[in-house]
Design a protein around this ligand. Structure first.
Ligand code: ATP
Ligand code: PNS
Length: 164
């Protein structure tokens, strides 16, 4: 089975890792990584997003460990449009979270119009941080939580340091 999922992953956190795990359980994985042009447009809170090449390097390091564990193949491709990549006929499933499920439905609309079978939309629930709110890259960058969702001791809003 060919599985797709998309994101900005700046930085990668345990919520993302749950999506990756689910994807590798199902098959070989293609991750659509948002381009430097698309990434800022999908942030709830406007913020600096690290350059594509940096994000791709870190993402590939995470995915290669999981791919080996599950004996699967993976690739990271640049995503320039929210309905890109997974709309291509070779994909069978898309991993989303409740927040991005709508985007998956849009992709299936386009696939139907083109006469392709719809993707199986696999919804992974949000992984909560220690305080019950969801883990998000924004909260990590703001210094509120770490990549595992632990509340940081000195939460005075100073930006967390991320690997450049
Ligand atoms: N805590 C979480 N649990 C499960 N999935 C998540 C979680 N946070 C984000 N996702 C999903 O991961 C994918 C990539 O999202 P993205 O890269 O925007 O991460 P993010 O943490 O939402 O970033 P930001 O805080 O900048 O919006 C999306 O499908 C998103 O819904
Ligand atoms: C466009 C994007 C993947 C961007 O992810 P982001 O929320 O991490 O910025 C997300 O906002 C979205 O619309 N996801 C649902 C559709 C999807 O997964 N598209 C990419 C398929 S590879």
């Amino acid at each position: 089975m060919n599985v797709a999922l998309g994101g900005t992953f700046d930085p990668v956190h345990d919520g993302h890792r749950k999506l990756f795990e689910r994807a590798f359980e199902l098959g070989d994985v293609t991750v659509g990584l948002t381009s430097d042009e698309l990434a800022p447009k999908t942030r709830h809170v406007e913020r600096y997003v690290r350059p594509y090449d940096r994000r791709k390097r870190d993402l590939e390091a995470e995915l290669s460990v999981l791919a080996d564990e599950h004996d699967r193949e993976f690739e990271v491709r640049e995503l320039t449009d929210p309905t890109g990549i997974a709309v291509e006929p070779e994909f069978d499933a898309l991993i989303v979270s409740p927040e991005t499920r709508g985007g998956g439905e849009q992709i299936n609309e386009i696939r139907r119009e083109r006469g392709h079978d719809p993707l199986e939309l696999v919804v992974v629930d949000h992984v909560p941080a220690e305080d019950g709110e969801r883990i998000s890259s924004t909260r990590i960058v703001a210094g509120e939580i770490d990549e595992h969702g632990n509340l940081t001791p000195d939460r005075d809003g100073r930006g967390a340091t991320r690997p450049e």
